[in-house]
Design a protein around this ligand. Sequence first.
Ligand SMILES: Nc1ncnc2c1ncn2[C@@H]1O[C@H](COP(=O)(O)OP(=O)(O)OP(=O)(O)O)[C@@H](O)[C@H]1O
Length: 253
Amino acid sequence: MTTRHPLPAPFSTSTTPLTLITQGAEALLYKTTFLTPTTPAALKIRPSKPWRHPTLDKRLTRQRILAEARVLAKCKKEGVSVPAVLALDWENGWTVCEWVEGVTVKEALRGRDVAQEGELRKLLEAIGQAVGRLHACGVVHGDLTSSNMMIRRAPSQSQSQKEDKGTGSPSSSLEGEIVLIDFGLATQATQEEDRAVDLYVLERAFGSTHPREEGLFEECMLGAYGGSYKAARGTLRRLEDVRMRGRKKSMLG
Ligand SMILES: Nc1ncnc2c1ncn2[C@@H]1O[C@H](COP(=O)(O)OP(=O)(O)OP(=O)(O)O)[C@@H](O)[C@H]1O
């Protein structure tokens, strides 16, 4: 994939190849290397927005980069599984993070064999625990979806999964550590309501992206979440209110 966006220094003069992974509304994500030629890294560039006033644009870019890096640093410190921040430059709008070898939960579930129910249950429980650890340290993700969580694998496993995508072979396994990514909308929040809304966003996104797996979401993912930290049960009770409000809202159109 190529892009017309100019790369910021030092990447514009680097001899390391950059592979564009995704180009979202806010950022471009490249795979590259950092510090050593064999250390893979994820480079996230937030290009300047030509329609914004330059001063405002710089301020917003700086705020978002710093907010995301602060949350990632806090999570790392508290033992939540997230990519480590390796470097950042808010003037030029980029962050470099540790590269997570693996696939997104979305990709893994799309390529899954229906017979793998035991593995699916374990995966949903691991997601519940990962989200619980995040909430326990006072962070709300803000955009929890199956695209924003990865299953970390050994490089060889990850390669064979890519080759066997969709064949339902054993290599499309759901096993591995859950790593939460994309903290662009994350906030440091300690309110029960914020955590409940975070879960509701995930529940809705999961139901529409993975209707086959939706039935196990409550039992496995929310079940594991409920036992993952002290205030989790209260958050689950609050989730019921959030759901009710969601239903009323959709009935009223
Ligand atoms: N640290 C990482 N290691 C490996 N892959 C990553 C990493 N960070 C992101 N990715 C890959 O790049 C994709 C996009 O990343 P991310 O969600 O952070 O970018 P984004 O542009 O903000 O996306 P979105 O538009 O969905 O919010 C992910 O779905 C994942 O496949």
